[in-house]
Design a protein. Sequence first.
Lengths: 158, 540
Amino acid sequence: MDLIDTSPNLLLVLAIGVLFTTGVYLLLERSLTRVLIGFILIGNGANLLFLVAGGRAGGAPIIGDTDPADMSDPLPQAMVLTAIVITLALTAFVLAMAYRSWQLHGHDEVQDDLEDKRIVRIAAKNAPTYNDTDSEEDSESADEQAAEARDETERGTP
Amino acid sequence: MSEYTWLVPLPVVMPLFAAGLTLALYRHPRAQRVISVLALSLMVAVGVGLLFLADSGPVVVDIGGWAAPVGIDLVADRLSSLMLTVSSTVMLCVLLYSLGQGITDGDEAAPVSIYHPTYLVLAAGVSNAFLAGDLFNLYVGFEILLAASYVLLTLGGTGERIRAGSIYVIVALLSSIIFLVAIALVYAATGTVNLAQLAQRLPEIDPGVALVLQLLLLLAFGIKAAIFPLSAWLPDSYPTAPAPVTAVFAGLLTKVGVYAIMRTQTLLFTDGRLDTLLMWLALATMVIGILGAVAQSDIKRLLSFTLVSHIGYMLFGIALASQAGLGASIFYVAHHITVQTTLFLVVGLVERRGGSTSLDRLGGLAKIAPGLAILFFIPAMNLAGIPPLSGFLGKVGLLEAGVAQGTALAYTLVVGSVVTSLLTLYAIVKAWNKAFWQTPPEPLPDATLPGSMVGPTAALVGVGLLLTVVAGPLYSYSDRAAATMQDTSQYIDAVLGPDGRGEGDSTDSVPNPGIDNTPVPTPSGTPADDSSATTDGGDS
């Protein structure tokens, strides 16, 4: 039996490449909105990848309408449709989260990992990682550190 | 057996239906509670039913009557039904706990009306991931549970939760994209996403391509399971959520990732080319995770790090790729879901009683709340693997399997496991000493623990002990589950049957896109699906 022609469309491949590179670039940004746009771009790149995976384009896959030999593969399209719906819902959620972050802090930047901040601080003073009752240093709970971790943008970090 | 196949979709359908119902009844909190508890109780019952059914072979349902590789199928084999039973039991206990908390606190500030629907959707997503018989359905299951988890983690939208939530959400989104890309490439390489058919076709494709696919899937699942280099998001995001939410996340979400790794490693990629890599990852996850736990001064964060660390044990069992290793790993997953959830619930109680989870502030709880001390002590010792509790049995099984392997790397892992176990004991005992024995630095606030929260916690501690009591049958069940997984032909035969098709419409070899099911002549070229080569001659 002859298999379907699966040699990829060069234009699609190029588009996927561009979408993924720009998407990865934006994902590395601090602002949640840009990260979201990066996610959308990569998501669309993945959707195009599905179209490439489905082989060459053809007629509508309806029996009686198209000769089965000329049909395009409907399964990747169904999967892309599902992925688009999921991406839409998650985009809405992340937008809401970015808006809430803006409401609370006046910006929508992704903050530093709490553990990273602690390590940096501990390394700076070369102190033990936790305070025993016999060491008389001031102790600070994770909650307080978390509260502090929020206002890093005010220090003008990149 | 076939007369009970209708049980299989219920763990997905029931909570989704209940979620819709609770959303519609958002003005009636009492009705919401009844519906949620009822739905999850039924899930436990169905899980137990499937546990027995699946013991005599995988139970398969072709959804909508479309035969397997064409339609979507749900498969409940021993592993799936064991996971399903344990997870639904845990979810029920956590729900009861959160109800107790909600009733006590009055919950004026938190939007409780969406808590129940979201929680039920999470349950549906977890079940769907466990039952999925097809890679894309697994993806959908992941997305359902992740979307629900985003909402639960950021419930209330306080600054701290938004901070932790944005890290969690972005990491999870990234892993989903990687998973999606992996699915697209799998489809491009094999022309199918059905797990059983993939098990047949993946060995036939170019080994290099198969390795890339395996690595991509491992990367996607590794982020969800919090395997070492991909685990940094977990200890930072989980502790900020409300106690019951953290408990259910810690117990279940990472285990779904572990389950997916188990499934793909045993069913799809049987050549074991990545086993050495998995061994190293397991070692790094165990040791680095527990070193993180040792350095913590907050119980919630400490437990999050032990969670990461103990994922290493499960990975160790998977990497051994022997029946003994897999069996021990499955047993360990069941044990760990229960014990980790219990500990987070107990920490919720500690926070309520002592007003903090910081070890620098707590103290003397053993004297003022002896019941709480017992509730903490039993699962804590279970986690550290003190005999005769189930954690000990699981670890011994893994160590035995490692020694049986006999390679230098396996012995390294055995030593690493023992060291990790001892360090877990150290971290846990440190927490115990500080929270329960030391003199409190300042007097603890006066608070009482509501019985409606202590009850479910005690019940879950009881479940943990029950796992120890029934360890014999449970261990042999996990071992049989591992045997089924090693013998992939059982899974493939159950799904595809002797003629390469499941039951239902389109049992002939014509790929029918699902518009109508009138038989048509076999076309010469079938879109990206060459199964007709092997199944020609099936009567239509």
